[in-house]
Design a protein around this ligand. Structure first.
Ligand code: ADP
Length: 448
């Protein structure tokens, strides 16, 4: 087992990894930018190294500086968290060539699943259903129009290098397809420096259901059941839960088994998430594989009792999984609400600044993963998430009641947060029945 790890990330996930390491008696070094110099979690690490200025390219995305920090701190491994360099196969390769273990999958497997077009090809081989669409990249308008005619509108244009819902456009006819193709290419070039896009059938009124997987380097691979992340805004998740409130048992089993088949075919190890869209009839189609720990991993931890960060570290150090598929339970119901420093009343405008008052909720069934505190200044340079509120109760109805209670207790001032939107979601009758899809929040709650 490692004796010291570097955490190449910030905020709540850096704190989450520090906590796992402490329980495993592993020392931690964290890197930080000047914008995060006062962050309280830095004090919980054994060592904190400033690697540069606020812009991510100067700090959290700067590979040479992170490798230098790892060498100074004399660590055996790097945990990349999520975002930043977490899915950068080049970074994983550099770490390993510097004899520092990257806590994640082999870079070849990352590269394969990271390209959504390649990943779909692999899925076909592994007999995992994919959304009908172009077999590969589409750069020509004529080809795009032909594919749309074949699979029929509506279609969605997506970036091959995509992430965070960027570079995506839905088209309902030839006119919007032509415009959408150009817009998606420009957005993809801007966000990922890669303008490659592809086209899929747009699954209307679908749900987003994903499967957590773990695989070790001895060839053992298993799943930790599903998370339903259908409550989204602009293709980004707001609320996640496990189990999915709607999946029929045989669909759940097939979905989870498909996910394991796919990661086996990719030669994947460590933690990963296989994302699917599930249509009204509960047919499911692969969306993509996320080769990292996810923001929403706590809901899986709550229902299975398995600490995913600790498992990631154990797997990266070469240990085999210590449990079998039959030992992975799915007990009770867990829900997570992402608390963002954004103002729902002003079209989710970012609300950076200092949190003067911070009164977090507590009590039975409540878990809060957050790096924020009274006096914390939210830097404007990064993601707006200031915490994740997670509840775990025996039934979904009890989990919703617990979440409402916890959101009601949560007091943050004067920063605006997404707490009011989450209260609205928990109070919504359709959500309570589980009768939602990925467009529900915008269509029904935000009246778009
Ligand atoms: P990203 O990597 O940008 O997060 P994903 O492929 O994971 O992109 O998709 C994010 C979300 O976009 C999905 O959860 C879903 O809401 C929507 N989406 C993507 N592809 C489709 C599709 N073919 N049909 C309907 N919705 C889709």
């Amino acid at each position: 087992m490692f004796s010291k790890i570097l955490i190449a990330n910030r905020g709540e996930i850096a704190l989450r990894i520090i906590r796992a390491c402490r329980e495993l008696s592993i020392q931690t070094a964290v890197v930080y930018s000047t914008a995060d110099k006062d962050a309280a979690y830095l004090k919980l690490a054994d060592q904190a190294i400033c690697i540069g200025d606020a812009p991510p390219a100067e700090s959290y995305l700067n590979i040479p500086r992170i490798i230098s920090a790892a060498e100074i701190a004399d660590v055996q491994a790097i945990h990349p968290g999520y975002g930043f360099l977490a899915e950068n196969d080049h970074f994983a390769e550099i770490c390993r060539s510097c004899r520092i273990e990257f806590i994640g999958p082999p870079h070849k497997a990352m590269e394969m699943v990271g390209d959504k077009v390649e990943c779909k090809k692999l899925a076909k081989k592994a007999k995992v259903p994919t959304v009908p669409g172009s077999d590969g990249a589409v750069d020509d308008e004529k080809v795009a129009l032909r594919i749309a005619q074949e699979i029929e509108y509506p279609v969605i244009i997506k970036a091959a290098a995509g992430g965070g819902g960027r570079g995506m456009r839905v088209a309902h006819n030839d006119v919007s397809l032509r415009a959408g193709l150009r817009q998606a290419q420009a957005e993809a070039e801007n966000a990922f420096k890669d303008s490659t896009v592809y086209i899929e059938k747009y699954v209307e009124f679908g749900r987003h259901v994903e499967v957590q997987v773990l695989a070790d380097s001895q060839g053992n691979a298993l799943h930790l059941w599903e998370r339903d992340c259908s409550m989204q805004r602009r293709h980004q998740k707001l609320v996640e839960e496990s189990p999915s409130p709607v999946l029929r048992p045989e669909v759940r089993r097939e979905l989870c088994e498909s996910a394991v088949r796919l990661i086996r075919a990719a030669g994947y190890t460590n933690a990963g998430t296989v994302e699917f869209l599930v249509d009204k009839k509960q047919n499911f189609y692969l969306l993509e594989v996320n080769a990292r720990i996810q923001v929403e991993h706590p809901v899986t931890e709550q229902v299975t009792g398995i600490d995913l960060i600790k498992e990631q570290i154990r797997i990266a150090s070469g240990l085999p999984l210590s449990f079998k598929q039959k030992d992975v339970p799915q007990i009770g119901h867990a829900i997570e609400c992402r608390i963002n420093a954004e103002d729902p009343a002003r079209n989710f405008a970012p609300s950076p600044g200092t949190i003067n008052e911070w009164r977090p909720p507590g009590g039975p069934g409540v878990r809060l993963d957050s790096h924020a505190y009274a006096g914390y200044r939210i830097p404007p340079n990064y993601d707006s998430m200031i915490g994740k509120l997670i509840v775990h109760r025996p039934t979904r109805a009890e989990a919703i009641a617990c979440m409402k209670r916890a959101l009601g207790e949560f007091h943050v001032w004067p920063i605006k947060t997404t707490i009011p939107l989450h209260l609205q979601i928990m109070d919504n009758h359709e959500f309570q029945k589980g009768d939602v899809d990925t467009g529900f929040v915008e269509r029904v709650l935000l009246n778009r």
